[in-house]
Design a protein around this ligand. Structure first.
Ligand code: SAM
Ligand code: SF4
Length: 343
């Protein structure tokens, strides 16, 4: 281990070996979900035993340690974060960092099913923007792709989010032979509703049962070319610090993002790491190397061991990832499911 790591000041920023400042933490607060999207989960998933999952208090302590070391943006995800019991307590408690100016943003990625219940509380906790995943506006297709979801419930949840004053970005996974014919409609609907939209390329993560990734994979270069026939897509230099490239739709004034981890290398600007609900820190979405933070967290009420473990993990952040989908690699490139790290 690097001899300088143990003596770093508790508030020293996290800088990786490639001089990238780590300022964005994504936390999967549960591996459970009320949906079973076909590209994300198998129908019969085995979920983690409760004892392995960090308590909400432990998650707060871990996230707060990252904030102390310079994390400016925190995204809670899952599984479905809003189905975890008591989750609003965690939002409220982490919201104190935004209110104190120690953090710029607390946000969430959700399937939208619980927004009717929680939109107002999220806003009160300090959340201003949310990402909601929605791949289709057709009720029957929605139930087919999520296996268990109801479109009406999500659309009602989105109206609650708007009424509560939350800014919404829709995430849609582009799936061959599934929603190809709906992209224009999604752009139009997002324009009408005042939502931004991001298309995501399907990524080879986790065993998803009988589904085949090659059947699902649709390169976003094709999506973009298709959209350009109907819409005027203006280049922007807007960046969120992540893998999305953005254009502005002249006709609607809204942004469209494209997340293309398979066809482009976006690693050079990577500012993020991902924490699972068991306290495992993944330094790269596309690689299996990880650090166990639960052990140092539980070893002592004092944060010294935890801080050392975090700094040691960041010192191992790799330069980039190596996803592949081709005919020889139709199975998962990374064994874990997206619901482990939350995307
Ligand atoms: N349940 C929440 C939701 O659906 O928004 C949060 C967790 S979900 C794992 C986060 C995002 O990952 C969603 O937008 C989902 O569509 C996306 N996702 C899941 N599996 C994926 C895969 N194999 N490739 C690309 N995106 C995936
Ligand atoms: Fe659940 Fe989100 Fe995965 Fe769909 S994408 S199964 S909503 S975690």
């Amino acid at each position: 281990m690097d001899g300088t790591i143990p003596s770093a000041s508790p508030t020293a920023p996290l800088i990786d070996p490639f001089q990238r400042a780590i300022t964005y933490l994504r936390v999967s607060v549960t591996d459970r979900c009320d949906f079973r999207c076909v590209y994300c989960m198998a129908e019969d998933m085995t979920f983690l035993p409760k004892a392995e999952v960090l308590s909400l208090e432990e998650l707060d302590r871990l996230c707060s340690a990252f904030v102390r070391m310079g994390t400016r943006k925190l995204r809670l995800t899952g599984g479905e974060p809003l189905v975890r019991r008591g989750i609003m307590n965690l939002f409220r408690s982490l919201g104190r960092h935004v209110k104190a100016g120690a953090m710029d943003e607390l946000t969430v990625t959700t399937n939208g099913s619980q927004l009717g219940k929680y939109a107002g509380e999220l806003r009160d906790a300090g959340v201003r923007r949310i990402n909601v995943s929605l791949d289709t506006l057709d009720p029957a297709k929605f139930t087919a792709i999520t296996r268990w979801g109801k479109l009406d419930q999500v659309l009602a949840g989105l109206q609650s989010a708007k009424a509560a004053g939350l800014e919404v970005k829709i995430n849609a996974v582009a799936l061959k032979n599934f929603n190809e014919d709906e992209f224009d409609r999604l752009v139009e609907w997002c324009g009408d509703e005042g939502f931004d939209l991001t298309f995501i390329e399907v990524m080879p993560m986790g065993d998803i049962g009988s589904e085949n990734r090659l059947d699902q994979y649709l390169p976003l270069s094709l999506v973009r070319a298709q959209l350009a026939r109907r819409w005027t897509l203006e280049e922007t230099d807007y960046r969120s610090g992540g893998p999305a490239r953005y254009v502005r739709v002249a006709q609607t004034g809204r942004r469209i993002g494209f997340i293309t981890p398979l066809t482009h290398n976006f690693c050079e600007l990577c500012n993020r790491v991902r924490l699972t609900c068991t306290g495992t820190l993944y330094m790269c979405l596309g690689q299996d190397d990880a650090a166990d933070l639960r052990k140092p967290l539980r070893a002592s009420p004092d944060d010294a061991q935890l801080d050392r473990a975090i700094r040691e993990a960041i010192s191992r952040k790799p330069k980039g990832h190596d996803f592949v989908i081709d005919r020889r690699h139709a199975g998962p490139a990374v064994e874990r499911h997206m619901s482990v790290t939350g995307g």
